[in-house]
Design a protein around this ligand. Structure first.
Ligand code: G4P
Length: 529
């Protein structure tokens, strides 16, 4: 194996941040980028977020699409590492994309608000991480505010997210009395000075917790309390095992305050040292190692350009093996066509630039005119198809009604393409010929309608439907499946890939039906074909 290739792979990290809105993801992102020197000014990421959220209608949000494209992947250097931070949109942008991005990362950082503990969106995102046993590092944020006792936060994480917590740092006080953290894994004390927006100073090395330096620095009471806490922890929590973190069963926990830039560098240091470099990924035929020389990658996100004059879209491709270089020829496995990557884009925190070369773990943007689908694989030689880039069961549904029936063809074309891009999911009920749209975030409906109109000239409206959940159904027993299809026809529909789904009016009904039909399997995700 080429030594340089191995070096490039090993120094790459590719991750996403999972959190509930307002826990501090934007603030943390900004501090991470500051450390990486990718942005110069505090406030840059924040300002973009504010610009996005000040506008309420989607069209004007998307007019800023240059912004959403550049924030989709933020690349920065730290020490000798090349880090790709993939954005997982929250708030009103929350959509299936948010989930799908998590299928393209090698690890995640979870941000928890110390006052609010584990919140719903974190639970949902964690569920997606669990599908691939993604390693998670936890940052408990806002320690400068009065919050829940640290042990309470840890037990919430363990109970609600079913992952073992190992606090690698421990807070000294909280809120007004927050003094800093003791880093158990380095044996270092970091003292907190409120309002310190610049890079924090070096930690204070303490030989062990008996070190009188502790009293000197934080006072007798706090030192005593810290000793008690850490002793208790050592008895109560499992020791940290890198293997357990890497297989997603244990999460190392850090405490800090993103807005005060406290604990962020500690987190980042631990992250680059422990988080996995690009990992091998499964295809339909075999496991592909990042160290392989031949190029391969898959598309996990497509960003549309709203300009009706140019129907170009940017497909985000995650490199899985080999080396990308400008002008290289690859095969688009689904169509079997050879394409030249002439002007792929690499994403820097603030700008886009043409890429000359890129390695596994990196994300490149490819311009296309609607020929690329989510889940598509590109390879240099061998025909491969990466798996694990699924559709997620929608949680919101609408029926589409055309205002002008003469536009039926355009509607069909538009919806087919939008489904291929992963903008929305399209279902055709078994019993009628209408279209039911499914989404994970309701904003997806506005986006779809706006794009149908702008790009396909379709004037349509939504009607409510009484579905609240969807599950793809399969069975090893063809006869029972047939019987199920007959009896449940009124609630069955085919998705854009031709997979059968059961649309349930309520969770209760779904449970009832799945109890009644034990031979039928109900799936929360469906692979792209
Ligand atoms: P998000 O991306 O997860 O939604 O969260 P974001 O970073 O925007 O942070 C949400 C709010 O929490 C912001 O306040 C932010 O300043 C604040 N925050 C983030 N980290 C900390 C922290 O360590 N301590 C404290 N006390 N607050 C923190 P905001 O009032 O919504 O916005 P702003 O006007 O302060 O920018």
């Amino acid at each position: 194996m080429d030594k340089q290739h191995k070096r490039e792979v090993d120094r790459r990290r590719n991750f996403g941040i999972i959190s509930h809105p307002d826990a501090g993801k934007t603030t943390l992102t900004e501090k991470l980028l500051l450390f990486g020197g990718a942005i110069q000014l505090a406030g840059a990421v924040k300002a973009r977020k504010a610009a996005r959220h000040a506008t309420s209608d989607w069209m004007s949000i998307e007019r800023e699409r240059g912004i959403s494209v550049t924030t989709s992947v933020m690349k920065f250097n730290y020490r000798n590492y090349e880090i790709n931070l993939l954005d997982t949109p929250g708030h009103q942008d929350f959509s299936e994309d948010t989930y799908r991005v998590l299928t393209a990362v090698d690890s995640a950082v979870m941000v928890v608000d110390s006052a609010k503990g584990v919140e719903t969106q974190t639970e949902k995102l964690m569920e997606v991480c669990r599908m691939r046993n993604t390693p998670i590092m936890t940052f408990v944020n806002k320690m400068d505010r009065e919050g829940l006792p640290p042990l309470e936060i840890l037990s919430q994480i363990e109970d609600k997210l079913q992952i073992e917590c190992v606090p690698l740092s421990w807070p000294i006080g909280a809120g007004k009395g927050f003094r800093g953290v003791y880093n158990r894994y380095r044996g270092e004390l970091f003292l907190f000075t409120p309002g310190e927006e610049t890079r924090p100073r070096e930690g204070v090395l303490v030989r062990d917790l008996g070190d009188p330096l502790l009293e000197e620095r934080i006072g007798k009471r706090a030192a005593g309390r810290l000793r008690e806490d850490v002793e208790l922890l050592e008895g109560a929590s499992e020791p940290f095992e890198l293997e357990h973190y890497l297989n997603g069963s244990q999460t190392p926990v850090f405490f800090g305050s993103a807005v005060n830039n406290f604990g962020v560098r500690e987190l980042l240091d631990a992250f680059v040292e422990m988080a996995p470099p690009p990992r091998a990924r499964m295809t339909e035929t075999r496991l592909v190692s990042p160290y392989e020389e031949a190029f391969s990658g898959f598309v996990f996100k497509i960003q549309a350009n709203m300009d009706p004059a140019h129907r170009d879209r940017i497909a985000f491709l995650r490199i899985c093996s080999g080396r990308f270089h400008r002008g290289m020829k690859v095969i688009h496995h689904r169509t079997g066509k050879e394409v030249t990557f002439a002007n792929a884009t690499i994403f820097l925190a603030q700008d886009r630039a043409n890429v000359e070369e890129a390695y596994p773990g990196d994300v490149i943007g490819i311009h296309n005119h609607g020929t690329i689908k989510i889940g598509d694989t590109f390879t240099e030689k061998e025909p491969l198809k990466f798996t694990g880039i699924p559709n997620f069961a929608p949680e919101h549904f609408r029926r589409v009604r055309l205002k002008n029936p003469l536009k039926a063809k355009q509607l069909q074309k538009g919806l087919t393409q939008l489904a291929e891009e992963g903008a929305v999911q399209v279902f055709r009920p078994v019993l009628d010929s209408t279209y039911i749209l499914g989404a994970v975030g309701v904003l997806q409906f506005d986006v779809t309608m706006a794009r149908l109109k702008a790009e396909y000239g379709v004037d349509a409206v939504y009607e409510p439907v009484a579905y609240h959940m969807a599950r793809w159904v399969t069975s090893k027993n063809p006869e029972r499946l047939k019987a199920f299809e007959k009896e449940m026809a009124a609630n069955l529909a085919f998705d854009a890939e031709g997979h059968l789904a059961y649309l349930a009016p309520s969770e209760w009904r779904l449970e009832f039906v799945s109890d009644k039909w034990p031979e039928i399997e109900f799936h929360k995700v469906s692979e792209h074909g």
